[in-house]
Design a protein around this ligand. Structure first.
Ligand SMILES: NC(=O)c1ccc[n+]([C@@H]2O[C@H](COP(=O)([O-])OP(=O)(O)OC[C@H]3O[C@@H](n4cnc5c(N)ncnc54)[C@H](O)[C@@H]3O)[C@@H](O)[C@H]2O)c1
Length: 323
């Protein structure tokens, strides 16, 4: 199979490259390196089955040209959720226009598209979220909803290209994946906690830390992504791909502290949620229903969260702390 990955230098893109190359596929990866890192893909640069192109996904001509002869596009490039002090425009334009460009190129060159969406689209609905649940998105003046709104637009585009132009596609609503390639900038709270605890710094908790999130090691997320890409029955459908173990933010900090075993007490610092996300009601429980994913794709978890955390701690020490 010849695959094109957008956002190849990011966390998911680089692990997906590892998996595709390992099973004998060819990969062209594009990334503008705004958030990703060449370190994540450096080990493939000499492989004749891998090619990296520093392109912007918004560049329609470049995307059309590099989609020629491609069987499947994994569209991962995105600027993720913004906090109260971040810019919103890049999130909306990269996800909105970038998805339009990718589907345009796929329609022209006869490619299948796997679209990375997010469980954030369920908004403040009632968990556990199922793929058929209606999105419950907050008001447009609250910046935090821009990411979910852009991904919903991307999903609708996927259905438009599927229905109107017969582009085969699968939508994957990812949730809570982590690995040693997660970044402090956009990788969620696990890498931030690991880094702070290893360095004996303050661990910042938003609110009282009782909000729960499901987690999945990226190894499992990638396995599930490949199942979705390979199964014919998956075409035209949406799948949740995320963790089945819901852990509160505070418990996650305590668990990482226990696993790191510094011998020093944890330094917790609580800050109000509004200072991070503005006028916004925090989603206290986010959990997803994986029934459809298990039934149709045959997905089974391989790495329990505790084991995944041990892996990230071990690698984080060697990559970031010379350990
Ligand atoms: N990791 C998760 O748990 C999770 C959860 C929900 C959704 N997702 C979605 O999965 C996808 C991959 O997530 P990730 O965790 O690997 O994120 P990431 O930030 O690590 O990777 C995204 C990559 O896209 C690249 N990029 C951004 N703008 C670009 C542009 N204009 N042109 C080319 N490249 C560009 C970045 O440089 C980065 O390498 C994203 O679409 C994200 O929204 C991930």
């Amino acid at each position: 199979m010849r695959a094109l990955i957008t956002g190849v230098a990011g966390m998911v893109g680089s692990h997906l490259t590892d998996a595709l190359i390992a099973r004998g596929d060819e990969v062209i990866g594009i990334d503008n390196l705004s958030y990703g890192s060449m370190h994540n893909i450096a080990h493939h640069l000499d492989n004749p089955r891998f090619q990296f192109l520093q392109y912007d996904v918004l560049d329609g001509r470049a995307m059309e040209a590099c989609s020629e002869g491609i069987d499947i596009i994994f569209h991962l490039a995105a600027v993720k959720k913004v906090g109260e002090h971040g810019l919103l425009y890049p999130t909306l334009s990269v996800i909105g226009k970038g998805t339009l460009v990718v589907f345009g190129a796929a329609a022209k060159n006869g490619c299948k598209v796997i679209l990375a969406s997010t469980s954030d689209v369920y908004g403040s609905g009632i968990p556990p979220f199922r793929e058929t649940d209606p999105p419950v998105i907050g008001p447009s003046y609250v910046k935090r909803w821009g990411y979910a709104s852009a991904k919903l637009f991307a999903e609708q585009l996927a259905y438009a290209y599927f229905g109107d132009f017969h582009v085969p596609m699968v939508i994957l609503r990812y949730c809570g994946s982590f690995s040693h390639r997660s970044t402090l900038q956009v990788g969620g709270h696990i890498p931030i906690f690991v880094d702070a605890i290893l360095k004996d710094k303050e661990v910042i908790i938003h609110g009282d830390g009782s909000q729960t999130r499901p987690f999945i090691h990226t190894h499992d997320l990638i396995n599930c992504t490949l199942l979705a890409a390979d199964k014919e029955e998956a075409v035209g459908q949406i799948f949740n791909i995320g963790g089945e173990e819901d852990i509160s933010v505070l418990d996650m900090a305590l668990l990482i502290h226990e696993l790191v075993d510094t011998g020093k007490p944890i330094k917790l610092k609580y800050i109000p949620i509004e200072s991070v996300f503005g006028q916004y009601e925090e989603i206290m429980k986010r959990s997803i229903d994986m029934t459809k994913t298990k039934t149709i794709l045959g997905y089974k978890q391989q790495i329990p969260v505790r084991e995944g955390l041990k892996l990230i701690i071990e690698k984080w020490e060697s990559i970031h702390m010379g350990g």
